[in-house]
Design a protein around this ligand. Structure first.
Ligand code: HEM
Length: 547
């Protein structure tokens, strides 16, 4: 082999690396062009006058091998070198080289545990990708989440359909986001939430009736709670499109839930390895997203045709009140309705299921909470009525149990992601310099178990920490982030809290719960999967009606 040939192949590998760094291609065509065109040019340049097609093909293959070898070596050496902007941050070598490592972890659903272990090993700032940092230090949180100069990371901005500009959660531009968020906020004010109370009360009553039939027989409480959360969001968004409880789906495998789980999983993997998006269509993983959208399309059409008899969330999204603001386009309406379902049901379903798991594995907490419920709502007192809302909001122990559940098992464990765009020149935050083009993430699961913020025993379920102080007590509210922080935090927080309080009080007033015989509580955490939202397994219980 001639020296000139090798030199061309090596040079094209290095040029490709430089171009990849500069252009960061994401589309399939640009990715393939950038990968394949340089070695073609190198082949043509090295063999200006090939003697035959076979020689040209053999040369191309040879150059391709040298080219990919050089490109890979160049990428690895640069990412591990002291010249890389994130060189001073510690982290596993494989993560520094490629995001495929965390992409794999995302597939397994063990991200929450993985990042926690990394922080325990490497400290508060860990390099989790060539240009990624995971941070377990809330002192810089206000700067990171302020939306300037940081923007939303690559995790967002993917939920698009033809003719749409994306859902609220996928809106990257801060001004556009603020405009869109106003529509959501109108639908989630305290008075709007009061209008949704009847729909919630009906669904909780339905859940109680369903559970009553199952007295004395083991059943999956977590599945039924999720069905209720789905049905309730379906009522608010699609005028009652789901009715999973009617259909008797006491398992996680009901079609809309499975679709949303598949969508979250795919999104989470692609969010970790953004260039995989280019290949996602090829391996058919977009099927679940298309199915979910089709389902949303039919539901939106049906809801539009039906019109509104009460003010539900869709009423505000569609601006049926005619507030004069720019109405959402039809494609955007589909995306927003889908977002409402995904963001509003799996989250509350997961939080409530985790809460019951903690109650059933912490008998003292269960007894204390039961005592509070019995004091405020003795037998016969009506929880499912408007006046109960004020009492429920001020129940100290109930709120402590909800907080403690959201602390230990935040429904979105991997937290929000931000990126410092190119051209900002980097930023000094405290003593740390964050270079431009860096993605930062504060994994809520790790922050919530950081002994600097919650002590003693940050890994222990101990609701009393929210109420009373003892030796070594640390409770840092600034580090409590279940609903995220800043202008893109959870717009549905008040609705979620209302729903959780009503469900817990109603079920505890009515029933006595215990874990089903033979169920091993360690199965619960084993089955938890961080697919952006926590996906959970079954929680087999046996109940008795209280006397
Ligand atoms: C326990 C229940 C819930 C938890 C823990 C929760 C948590 C969160 C978190 C952490 C975020 C930020 C995600 C990110 O930055 O990527 C978020 C965003 C959001 N949540 Fe919730 N959520 C809950 C319930 C709800 C409910 C009931 C709704 C009602 C529709 C809702 C609607 C939304 C929306 C629309 C966003 C996007 C906000 C934006 O981009 O400005 N969530 N939620």
């Amino acid at each position: 082999m001639q020296f000139e040939t090798v030199a061309w192949a090596v040079a094209s590998g290095i040029i490709s690396h430089v171009l990849f760094n500069r252009l960061e291609p994401r589309g399939l065509k640009s990715l393939l062009s950038l990968l394949l065109i340089p070695p073609i040019i190198a082949t043509l340049a090295a063999f200006r006058f090939p003697t035959s097609l076979e020689v040209a093909a053999a040369s191309y293959l040879l150059i391709l091998g040298i080219y990919f070898g050089t490109l890979t070596a160049s990428v690895i050496l640069y990412r591990l070198s002291p010249f890389h902007p994130l060189a001073s941050y510690p982290g596993p070598i494989l993560c520094k080289i490629t995001r495929l490592r965390v992409g794999y972890v995302a597939c397994t659903g063990q991200q929450h545990l993985y990042y926690k272990q990394l922080h325990e090993r490497y400290g508060s700032y860990v390099r989790t990708g060539p240009n990624h940092l995971h941070i377990n230090d809330v002192t810089i949180l206000p700067d990171v989440m302020a939306y300037k100069p940081f923007l939303r990371g690559e995790r967002y901005g993917r939920s698009r359909i033809k003719g749409s500009t994306g859902s609220l959660h996928a809106t990257l531009d801060p001004e556009e986001h603020a405009q869109r968020r106003k529509i959501w906020e109108r639908g989630l004010t305290s008075s709007a939430i009061q209008d949704y109370a009847d729909a919630l009360f009906k669904r909780v009553q339905q859940l109680i009736e369903i559970l009553e039939i199952r007295r004395g027989v083991p059943f999956d409480l977590s599945g039924w709670i999720s069905c209720m959360a789905f049905d309730f969001m379906g009522d608010l968004t699609f005028g009652g499109a789901y009715n999973l409880m009617d259909a008797g789906k006491d398992r996680m495998a009901s079609p809309p839930q499975t679709m949303t789980h598949m969508v979250s999983l795919k999104r989470e993997v692609v969010a970790n390895v953004p260039w995989l998006e280019a290949f996602a269509g090829l391996i058919g993983s977009n099927k679940s997203i298309r199915k979910l959208r089709k389902f949303a399309l039919h539901s939106v059409l049906a809801r539009k045709e039906k019109g509104s008899s009460t003010k539900d969330l869709f009423y505000y999204l569609l601006d049926e009140a005619g507030s004069g603001s720019q109405p959402l386009s039809f494609p955007n309406l589909i995306l927003e309705s889908t977002l409402a379902i995904v963001a509003g049901s799996d989250t509350t379903g997961a939080a409530l299921s985790n809460l019951f798991f903690f109650l059933l594995t912490n008998p003292d907490v269960y007894t204390s909470l039961q005592a509070e419920v019995d004091k405020e709502f003795p037998k016969g007192a009506d929880i499912l009525s408007a006046p109960s809302s004020n009492i429920i909001r001020s129940m100290k122990y109930l709120n402590a149990v909800i907080n403690e559940t959201l602390r230990l098992r935040p429904a979105i464990p991997s937290g929000s992601q931000r990126r410092l765009p190119k051209g900002t020149g980097g930023i000094m935050l405290g003593e740390k310099f964050i270079p431009e083009n860096t993605t930062v993430q504060m994994a809520t699961f790790s922050v919530h178990q950081n002994p600097k913020y919650f002590a003693p025993s940050p890994e222990k379920f101990f609701p009393e920490r929210w109420i009373e102080e003892g030796p070594g007590h640390i409770l840092n509210y600034a580090a409590f982030l279940p609903f995220s922080y800043g202008p893109t935090n959870c717009v549905g927080k008040n609705l979620a809290m209302f729903e959780m309080r009503i469900v817990v009080c109603s079920l505890l007033q009515k029933f006595e719960f215990e874990l089903a015989p033979g169920y091993n509580p360690s199965e619960w955490d084993d089955a938890l999967r961080d697919h952006f939202i926590f996906v959970k397994g079954r929680l087999p219980v046996v109940i008795r009606t209280r006397g």
